[in-house]
Design a protein around this ligand. Structure first.
Ligand code: ATP
Length: 331
């Protein structure tokens, strides 16, 4: 098996008493797109900064392309493109001047530099913005400039910290399109977000962080399976009558949780994955006078599945159910 592009073993990092990352281990396969998911403060940026050789671990070993980030930071930096969540732009510097400056700092000279800057501008659709001031761009344009900058030295591994945050839907689609092209070129992409549904679609592998720990890894489907293993299932219930009838009924039935009101009923969760139990619950609803005209099992969406995962992790850690941190879905 070939060497992982990124290898993180027992990584820990504290800031004073705060343990931001706690004994985290994972590998990112070369040529894969790996999503790094967690709520605010989960420890994603801290982990990514250490992988990018911008911070030191307190414990553990982190390698990029087989090179240790602490012992060989210069080699590691030649292999990675780092796109931070925020980066400063300079006043009165155009997009072209900005990229030209970084290309010069990376050692490109003369015609090579011009060609490389042109290639990157073409890829990131920056040619029409060539003469615009780099600190006066929209959020989407700024992200494309950041992407362009991180690609100048044609790195094998791209580390992107929340690149889609704050983008409008069109800019997100454009960014996803660029990431897909880079993945097709064979680059390894390690990308963080709290927008689960977006990463679910585009990633080969997902890593889930909560409170400094890696709580799950796998593809999007594995997260849903985790919910099933936890013994939960979701049903959409349509009924003739008001949704209140369903929520009132669920409130007095211990195996059922009312999740959401829909146009003609609601969505409920049953504390079992067994279809026999669902059939029994349907029969009970009808017996109790609810006029059910549709009872349909649904796949858990990724956000719900992630919240279940956090709840079960918190229960395992603290011994009692806790409210999971709010997870901004589309911001
Ligand atoms: P977000 O999505 O909000 O960026 P995150 O998952 O990237 O969150 P981190 O930025 O890694 O989380 O932060 C993890 C924890 O470490 C947070 O509690 C944060 O306040 C803390 N932290 C991060 N950097 C520092 C620092 N330099 N000094 C002190 N505390 C820090």
């Amino acid at each position: 098996m070939s060497e992982p592009a990124i290898s993180v073993q027992n990584l820990s990092r504290s800031f004073g008493k705060l343990e931001a990352v706690k004994e985290v281990s994972f590998d990112v396969a070369a040529g894969s797109v790996c999503g790094f998911i967690g709520a605010n403060g989960a420890g994603k940026t801290t982990t990514m900064r250490i992988i990018a050789s911008l911070d030191y671990p307190n414990a553990g070993c982190v390698k990029v392309g087989g090179h240790d980030v602490v012992n060989s930071p210069v080699k590691v930096r030649s292999l990675i493109g780092w796109m931070p969540d925020h980066f400063g732009n300079y006043a009165n510097v155009t997009v072209l001047e900005y990229l030209d400056f970084y290309a010069r700092a990376l050692g490109y000279r003369g015609k090579d530099r011009q060609m490389r800057v042109q290639e990157v501008m073409e890829f990131a659709d920056l040619l029409p913005l060539s003469d615009r001031f780099s600190n006066k761009l929209s959020k989407g344009m700024t992200q494309r400039l950041g992407l362009g900058r991180s690609l100048l030295h044609d790195p094998e591994v791209l580390i992107m910290d929340e690149p889609a945050a704050g983008l409008d839907p069109k800019a997100r689609v454009e960014l996803k399109h660029l990431i897909r092209i880079l993945a097709e070129e064979g680059k390894t992409i390690f990308i963080s977000s709290h927008i689960l549904s977006e990463l679910g679609e585009m990633c080969d592998h997902l890593l889930f962080m909560n409170d400094g720990r890696l709580v799950h890894q796998g593809d999007a489907e594995s997260l849903r399976v985790h919910g099933k293993q936890a013994g939960l299932s979701l049903y959409r219930v349509h009924l003739i009558g008001s949704s209140d009838q369903l929520s009132n009924w669920a409130a007095v039935n211990p195996n059922v949780e009312y999740l959401e009101t829909l146009k003609q009923g609601g969505r409920i969760q049953i504390d079992s994955a067994d279809p026999e139990k669902a059939a029994y619950i349907l029969a009970r609803m009808i017996q109790d006078g609810l006029k059910v005209n549709e009872f349909h099992r649904e796949e858990r969406n990724l956000e719900d599945a992630f919240i279940d995962l956090l709840e079960s992790t918190n229960q395992a850690t603290h011994g009692a159910p806790m409210t999971p941190p709010p997870l901004p879905i589309n911001s």
